[in-house]
Design a protein around this ligand. Sequence first.
Ligand SMILES: Nc1ncnc2c1ncn2[C@@H]1O[C@H](COP(=O)(O)OP(=O)(O)O)[C@@H](O)[C@H]1O
Ligand SMILES: N[C@@H](CC(=O)OP(=O)(O)O)C(=O)O
Length: 451
Amino acid sequence: MKVVKFGGSSLATGAQVQKVLNIIQADNDRRIVVVSAPGKRFTDDIKVTDLLKTYADQTIAGDDTTDILLTILARYQDIAQYFGLEKNKIIPQIKQQLIQLNRVHYPSFDHLYAAFMGHGELLNAQLIACILQTIGQPATFVSPMDLGMTVSGSPRAARLDPASYERMHHVQYDANKLLIVPGFIAYTNDGYAATFSRGGSDITGAILARGLHADLYENFTDVSAIYTVNPGIVANPKSIEKMTYREMRELSYAGFAVFHDEAIIPVIEANIPINVKNTNDPEAPGTMIVPNQAITPTLPVTGIANDDRFAALYLHRYLLNREVGFTLKILQILASYNVSYEHMPSGIDDMTIIFDKSQLTPTIKAHISHDLYQTIAPDDLEWLDDYAIIMIVGEGMQKNIGTLNKITAALAKDNINLPMVNQGASQISTMLGVPVDQMDEAVKVIYEAVF
Ligand SMILES: Nc1ncnc2c1ncn2[C@@H]1O[C@H](COP(=O)(O)OP(=O)(O)O)[C@@H](O)[C@H]1O
Ligand SMILES: N[C@@H](CC(=O)OP(=O)(O)O)C(=O)O
């Protein structure tokens, strides 16, 4: 049995949905179908999830929501119309659920955003189940809750309750009917809607693949393979035919947006291979992501990922290495502001703490600086706001001498500053910190040096 996930780009229009139906019908093993909300139809278009965010913003502000509601409804109407379903009762049902959203009381704004934004997937799954039924394909809409999946934690970055797998193991479903499941949205034990973090339909697919014992998790998107580098930076990059789970985890963490970094974890635990494929080119083999031992690397580097979502805090104090509990004190300060850190490379008298900058408001930064001066009295404390990370990843790097040398020499030749290099913590990757304005150029230079 295969779990198949279709991303927003695969479901943006009626014509795209038709391709999805063809893919599902081409293979009888494709039984569990996870769908995203309709995505962008063209470059400047707005995803339904983002339209729903605007609807939530306007609801909170007490603004008139008539226009945004109709804009969202139109996205579903367009798809329905393509299949001749504009008069089907599914359309008033979708409209009613959209209207209902702003009549409910939510325990917090985060719960409200989660409920609104998660409806993009919820309504799309209902529509697609309805389309399949009208073309005579047995299919049914299923809520993640009905499959035993519950979540907890932050409503907009929910975590799966581990007990879900035990419940999913006992779920009975009709194997002759396709199950159409909304991605991204999930429910807490109290019945409140929550979502995974953005791009989280990949996570739903991975959880269902593990929980329902799939042999393969197929993830359909709009590229024919995962490329060795972001195709937005290097034109026509090489594709990756096969890579390991841990390579994908590092690359998606550091910017390969094609697959959510959290979505690797459930499939690793169950050893289920992932096949990333293209809805617009379903015959292409795509990229296989497989257990770590299933690959003998031929090249040192598999991929180069980059992301500018970081900020760094540089701290200097003599004899930092000798002071018992120094790092603990810093972490206690961060924890008191509910701030997590991403990486912490350190030297004998220095350390750099790298954060996801979405957590750092000017007020939080000021509080952290104040508490650090009070508690550890650094000789130097400096915030680096525009900090990018480039991650060079490959199972083959461990055994290959000279890769880092090649990279740093090429960067030096191009006059690119390299304020941080972190190698060794992960045996399969090297992390470079670069100023944001040099990130794209650095990625191009590294790509030329290693491929
Ligand atoms: N290394 C990479 N290989 C392939 N695609 C990448 C890579 N890095 C970034 N991307 C981007 O990821 C996009 C697909 O992810 P996403 O937009 O989330 O798709 P979906 O709508 O299917 O969920 C591609 O169109 C591409 O622009
Ligand atoms: N629609 C959600 C979840 C998701 O996974 O979307 P996509 O498959 O379009 O990346 C989002 O935009 O975050």
